[in-house]
Design a protein around this ligand. Structure first.
Ligand code: SF4
Length: 326
């Protein structure tokens, strides 16, 4: 049963179960709702890097931090299409384009993104964008171009949010999610753990996601990759077991969503990734970079899939589509 009325106490109870029971329960629910042998490979390309006016404390692309990330203009169409073709050839069924913008502006850059969405959708890939805040009209334009999903993360709990970002509010984020949802685009929304938050904040983030009017069809769970020069550059790494609890809890309270093992995977051992898949993660990002931070390469992921007996999930195979169209 898909519930959107979880209380914090209920989510805390699940999160704090004995770890072995938590992972077992999540794995059971995963297999009730998905083929447990299938994992979706997605590719995320930064189509416009750096120079962002926002102050997200974790982000090397914020212009105000000295992180060595070189700002680039929007990549040209050909480069982006080549990258989408390579992603497809390497087994990715989802292609996500990320731009370091505060919000989408109605200009020629957005026109270019809209046209790319159409072209890549015609290649039979799920196309996702993450372009910052979006109004209703812009969401509608992307939908008409065939956009499958839009990513906009809540990042952390409502209570901890002001420690991470001050240049836009939690409500701004919720408004963008509403615009995306109302346009009939699949919602990709998750957060980042290991930013110095308390366990109650991780529970708060998960409960907020699971009590949106509809669950996001895709829930990326990121572990902070701390980058020197950002306010979180010296942040101590979150123990893996807390990340595992987040993944398992997300799977239990949002049983039909894709749970994406996202940033931070490069720092995980194979055994740790194995546990994440057992606990219900069913998507990863492929490719050597995740926006600007390191990620495992295609070949090592292929070897990992073989070792674990996993198969690539084809495009449009998850139950996301049914949910969007329901
Ligand atoms: S996370 Fe996105 S909005 Fe925040 S600073 Fe980075 S690029 Fe800008």
């Amino acid at each position: 049963m898909v519930r959107t009325d979880w209380t914090r106490e209920e989510v805390a109870q699940i999160y704090n179960k004995p770890l072995i029971d938590l992972v077992f329960e999540a794995g059971r629910i995963h297999r009730e709702n998905f083929n447990g042998n299938e994992v979706q490979m997605s590719t995320l390309l930064s189509i416009k890097t750096g120079g962002c006016p926002e102050d997200c404390a974790y982000c090397p692309q914020a212009a105000r931090y000295n992180t060595g990330v070189k700002g680039t203009p929007l990549l040209n169409e050909e480069e982006i299409l080549m990258s989408a073709l390579a992603a497809k050839a390497n087994g990715s069924s989802r292609f996500c384009m990320g731009a370091a913008w505060r919000e989408v502006k109605d200009n020629r850059h957005f026109d270019q993104v809209v046209s790319l969405v159409k072209t890549i959708t015609d290649m039979d890939m799920e196309v996702c964008c993450t372009l910052g805040m979006l109004n209703e009209h812009q969401a509608q334009r992307l939908k008409e171009a065939g956009l499958y999903a839009y990513n906009h993360n809540l990042d952390t709990s409502p209570e901890y949010y002001e420690h991470i970002i001050t240049t836009r509010t939690y409500d701004d984020r919720l408004k963008t999610l509403e615009n995306v949802r109302n346009a009939g685009i699949s919602v990709c929304c998750g957060g980042i753990v290991g930013m110095g938050e308390q366990e109650t904040d991780r529970i708060g983030l998960l409960q907020t996601l699971a009590t949106l009017p509809r669950h996001p069809e895709s829930v990326p769970i990121n572990a902070l990759v701390s980058v020197k020069g950002t306010p979180l550059g010296e942040q101590e790494k979150l123990p893996f077991w807390d990340m595992l609890r987040c993944i398992a809890t997300a799977r239990i309270i949002m049983p039909r969503s894709m749970v994406r093992l996202s940033a931070g995977r490069a720092e995980m051992s194979l055994s740790e990734q194995f546990l994440c898949f057992l606990a219900g993660a069913n998507s990863i990002f492929a490719g050597e970079k995740l926006l600007t931070t390191p990620n495992p390469e295609f070949n090592s992921d292929k070897a990992m899939f073989e070792l674990f007996g996993l198969k690539n999930m084809p495009a449009f195979a998850s139950c996301e589509k049914e949910q969007v169209e329901a």
